[in-house]
Design a protein around this ligand. Structure first.
Ligand SMILES: Cc1cc2nc3c(=O)[nH]c(=O)nc-3n(C[C@H](O)[C@H](O)[C@H](O)COP(=O)(O)OP(=O)(O)OC[C@H]3O[C@@H](n4cnc5c(N)ncnc54)[C@H](O)[C@@H]3O)c2cc1C
Length: 552
């Protein structure tokens, strides 16, 4: 199906034609009760687009480049929110309090330059927008009332792979290319970026760079940072382009300054990124552990061994149960190795030895040689995981299906969100115990009673030689109509817990507007001053994504 003919839902995940029918959501409601033990009293329906109340746009597109703009109802509503749980709930209920006045669709860096100048002349806030999958309020125009207008700059039309350098294994790619778009173009060259965040289908290269996204690899090149060779960006004060270099010691890195800048300094137009051959050698295995702590010790040994598995995700028993991945009551390590160059039997065998030494019970090793199906194909119709599947496949399917399922959980009155962090190994056991205890308490206190026991589970998404990145999932009966207040109460408590215990407010979800309070406590004050000074220089009127990272 040509994606150009399909429209994404204005409120939730996926395309409009992927919204499950009322009967299908009814089936999910029954599964929620059977699998999670939550009573579902009613299945609600999302508010249709036509019923959404929308203020008139406060700005008219200039005649000379009107074709770059849209003031269309769908466009303005669909660009009002990101895709966090609190966004999906509000969108489901037809609440879009902060729509942009206009949405602009640049097709080139030159268009970006023109659009930024237009916003500066009008004093309008300008919000760079990739796939809109932000989970931290990064694209929501919450500053709407403080500016005469807001223009969202959607880079979706800048989605091409412009150049490939097969000798250095690098590609120049426009910032608005989504995961499937850039992978399908790289595939023609036998290459891949292999950056697969869970939001891969809709998030973009520019968004990944702007938020320091975390992708496919559980070790080594986990963040997009490691894949960026150079960046071309447009600022209000002119173009910013760094040299293509494999490495450089020439002072602070201009790329590192833009990586993670979340649209407050510049609009990223394109980047040279490090690509690789598609892996032909792949092995994966599920390893069961009696408890999470033993699994964590095994993961530490593997992370410090220099073996660098591509997958090394440890699920606690509850998370494994929720995703039907591993044997009941056991933690599960999803371990994988891949290479385009050489067989990976030996590192797999050494890693399994390490896992066994910590009490791990490996299942059957699954391996595939030759060309793998691309993620675009894999994700077209995400299947639900069935108990009894191979653990690695079951986990992967549940992982891919989760954002689709979340929309239906909202309809069934189930709160479903996550929070994530990173911590060094020496502090991990105490940190995890403290965060889990506080999270369970906060979720119980904020949730209705008598409709089932809330669940807080944990997995490692990425692991480093000096520590893991724990990722917590919360599932609970929701206060219907009051879900945002319920989640905000939980989120404030767990964020306090994470920061008080020495973790980071985010490992890969970015800061946006929602993490500001805790980010302000985490970052050194002189650094914040330096960032403010850079912002003043590059954006003297303070119009680029105001309120994200620092105050405008
Ligand atoms: C279901 C789900 C799963 C997710 N899984 C992951 C995951 O596995 N790993 C992960 O890292 N994140 C994940 N995320 C979070 C999100 O997908 C990432 O933050 C992603 O990098 C955002 O990309 P985007 O193109 O959608 O950016 P947007 O949401 O459009 O924007 C995000 C931020 O970047 C800025 N921005 C976007 N494009 C540009 C540009 N060209 N120039 C300058 N600034 C720009 C925006 O202004 C905003 O502040 C997930 C989100 C959801 C909803």
């Amino acid at each position: 199906v040509a994606t150009a003919t399909r429209r994404r839902k204005h409120w939730g995940w996926g395309f409009e034609d992927q919204q499950p029918s009322r009967e299908q959501v009814g089936g999910i409601a029954r599964a929620v009760t059977d699998r999670l033990g939550f009573a579902v009293d009613e299945v609600e329906e999302p508010v249709p687009l036509d019923a959404v109340e929308l203020p008139e746009p406060r700005l008219k597109p200039p005649k000379r480049f009107a074709e770059l703009f849209s003031a269309d109802r769908y466009d303005r509503v669909a660009h009002s929110l990101g895709k966090a749980y609190r966004d999906v709930v509000r969108g489901f209920r037809g609440e879009f309090p902060n729509p942009p006045d206009l949405v602009a669709y640049p097709e080139s860096p030159e268009d970006l330059d023109v659009l930024l100048s237009f916003c500066a002349d009008e004093g309008a806030a300008a919000i760079p927008y990739g796939g809109g999958t932000s989970v931290v309020g990064g694209v929501e125009p919450r500053m709407r009332d403080r500016y005469p207008a807001v223009v969202t700059l959607d880079l979706g039309r800048m989605d091409r792979v412009l150049e490939v350098d097969p000798i250095s294994r690098a590609a120049r790619i426009q910032a608005g290319a989504t995961g499937p778009r850039l992978e399908e173009q790289l595939r023609e060259h036998g290459l891949t970026l292999r950056h697969f965040p869970q939001s891969f289908e809709y998030s973009t290269l520019g968004g990944w760079i702007a938020t320091r996204a975390g992708g496919h690899f559980a070790t080594l090149d986990t963040h997009i940072d490691d894949l960026v060779e150079s960046i071309r960006a447009v600022t209000l004060e002119g173009e910013w382009e760094s040299r293509r270099l494999p490495g450089s010691g020439a002072g602070p890195s201009p790329d590192r300054m833009l990586i993670g800048s979340e649209g407050i300094l510049a609009v990223i137009a394109e980047a040279w990124v490090r690509v690789r051959e598609r892996p032909g050698f792949k092995l994966s295995v599920g390893v069961a552990f009696d408890d999470f702590a033993a699994g964590a010790e095994a993961v530490r040994e593997i992370a410090q061994s220099g073996l660098n598995p591509s997958n090394c995700r440890l699920l606690d028993a509850l998370e494994s149960d929720t995703t039907s991945a591993g044997p009941p009551g056991k933690a599960l390590l999803v371990l994988g190795f891949e290479s385009a160059h050489h067989p990976v039997d030996e590192p797999m065998s050494i890693a399994m030895g390490a896992a066994r030494a910590h009490g791990g019970e490996p299942g059957e090793i699954k391996g595939r040689a030759g060309e793998q199906p691309g993620p675009a194909e894999r994700r077209e119709a995400p299947p639900a995981a069935e108990p009894g599947d191979d653990p690695v496949d079951a986990w992967r399917h549940a992982f891919l299906f989760a954002p689709y399922l979340r929309d239906s959980l909202v309809a069934c009155g189930v709160l479903s969100d996550t929070f994530e962090t990173a911590i060094t190994w020496d502090r991990f056991p105490d940190f995890h115990a403290e965060v889990m205890e506080l999270a369970e308490r906060a979720v119980a206190a904020a949730s209705p009673t008598g409709r089932g026991k809330p669940r807080v589970s944990c997995r490692f998404t990425h692991v480093y030689p000096d520590g893991p990145a724990p990722y917590y999932t919360v599932l609970a009966p929701a206060w219907r109509g009051d879900e945002v207040a319920q989640w905000d109460e939980i989120k404030a408590a767990v964020s306090d817990a994470v920061i008080d215990a020495g973790g980071t407010i985010t490992h890969h979800h970015a800061v946006g507007r929602d993490h500001r309070r805790w980010y302000d406590r985490q970052r050194p004050d002189p650094f914040a001053d330096a960032l403010r000074a850079a912002k003043r220089d590059l954006d003297p009127q303070g119009i680029l994504n105001p309120g994200v990272l620092i105050d405008p």
